[in-house]
Structures are given as C-alpha cells and as structure tokens.
Design a protein around this ligand. Structure first.
Ligand code: ADP
Ligand code: MG
Length: 210
C-alpha cells in the first residue's frame, strides 16, 4: 500500500530485509533528523536501527538495545547516530540530565518507545511503525506527513520493477529483487542458457550486499 496521506508500507520476511529498509531510509536523512520507532517488544526496532547505522557508515554490529543505558552514540562516516530507548524513561528531563538531545543537529537520532514519555522526540520527526504479523514477517509503516523528506523516503522505498517480469514488486521482499521465486528461477535460467554474460571479471565489491 502506498497511501500519499497516511503513509506507506513495506513488508519484510526476515531481519536482514528490515535492516535494508532501515539502511535505505537512513540514506535519505540529514543531520538533525529524528526517527521515532513504534512497535512492541521484538517487533524489530533495534534491527531497523542497525540498518540505519549501516546507511550512515557506523559500525553496525555494535548496535544493540540501549534499554539499560538509555542511549548509545555511534560515530559514522556519513553522520553519527544517536540511538535512544525510552522504555525505562520516566520523564523527558532524565534524558536532558543525561546530556542526551534527540534534536542534536550533529547527528541523526533514532528513538525506540517514543510514546513512553511526552516530549522525548522533537515535534518534527519521522514516524516508523513496525508490527510483527508472523514469526518472521513484519509490516513496516512509515507515516507520510507530506514533507519533502517523507516524499523522498517514499520514492526510495517504492516498489521497483522485477528484473524478470518487470511488474513492480515490493522493495526488499522475500525474493528481492525479484517478485517471486518463480521469477528468480526464470532469471537463473537465462544465466544458465548463456543469454546473460558478465562483461568484465567479478570484483570483490560486486559481491557486497546491496
Ligand atoms: P525490538 O527492538 O523492537 O524490541 P529487536 O530488533 O531487538 O526488536 O528484535 C527483533 C527480533 O525479531 C530479532 O530477534 C530478529 O532476528 C527477529 N526477526 C525475525 N524476523 C524479523 C523481521 N522481518 N524484521 C526484524 N526482525 C525480525
Ligand atoms: Mg529494541
């Protein structure tokens, strides 16, 4: 669903796909932007933030739940990431007392459990809702407030044509970049037939993810 007013939805079938969504979103952000992550325990909020860290050139494998520390700051090549978990917060003042600023203009901020405490995120922020709809299936809804930022994010996460059948398919889906396992097999068949060829020797970066 791509609804211009309410938001747009991306489905993922594994944690890696959720990370990819976080990464693609982070690539659209600028210093000072804040992302509020809604969703139950285990929905995939921290997983999404790990993807954001990848997108900002941070050491993504360091990203863990900051539940017991309130906040982690990760240095990134593109921008630093401030990761806040408001689950245990009783009052927004606790953040300020700890020297944490969710509208820090030198970093991109991601806040889990933003509804726990009023005022924990700046008024202008991007809302991401993650819901588990199966053991590994997640529905990620990004609210669209009509801003240029959400419009750009919507474009970055819009369905893309399947390389086999060219029908638009949801980004980072289970068979991405194909729409289905059938289209993936069709494409593999074209390689095996010799209809596709590699025009230059493979390089290490060809094998990199994303
Ligand atoms: P939260 O921060 O919302 O409490 P986490 O990101 O810490 O959640 O944990 C999500 C858990 O769900 C992880 O163990 C992850 O491997 C698992 N998982 C399974 N499928 C998905 C998916 N599609 N997206 C994100 N996480 C998933
Ligand atoms: Mg978490």
């Amino acid at each position: 669903m791509h609804n211009a007013m309410i938001g747009f939805t991306v489905h993922t079938a594994n944690a890696q796909s959720t990370q990819r969504v976080g990464r693609a979103l982070a690539e659209q952000l600028s210093p000072g932007d804040c992302v509020a992550l809604h969703g139950d325990l285990g929905a995939g909020k921290t997983c999404f933030v790990r993807g954001m860290a990848m997108g900002l050139g941070c050491e993504a494998n360091l990203v863990s739940s900051p539940t017991f520390t309130l906040m982690h700051r990760y240095a990134g090549n593109i921008c630093d990431l401030v990761h806040v978990d408001a689950y245990r917060l009783r009052h927004a003042d606790e953040l300020r007392d700890a020297g944490i600023d969710t509208s820090d203009t030198t970093a991109i901020c991601a806040v889990e459990w933003p509804m726990r405490v009023p005022g924990v995120v700046p008024i202008k922020h991007l809302q991401v809702h993650i819901e588990a709809i199966g053991e590994n299936d997640r529905m990620i809804v990004i609210a669209n407030d009509g801003s240029t930022l959400t419009t750009r994010v919507a474009a970055a996460l819009a369905p893309k044509p399947c390389p086999s059948c060219e029908v638009p398919c949801e980004i980072f889906g289970a068979h991405w970049p194909f729409c289905s396992s059938r289209c993936r097999d069709i494409d593999l068949g074209r390689w095996l037939d010799g209809r596709y060829q590699i025009s230059r020797p493979l390089e290490e970066r060809d094998l990199d993810e994303g």
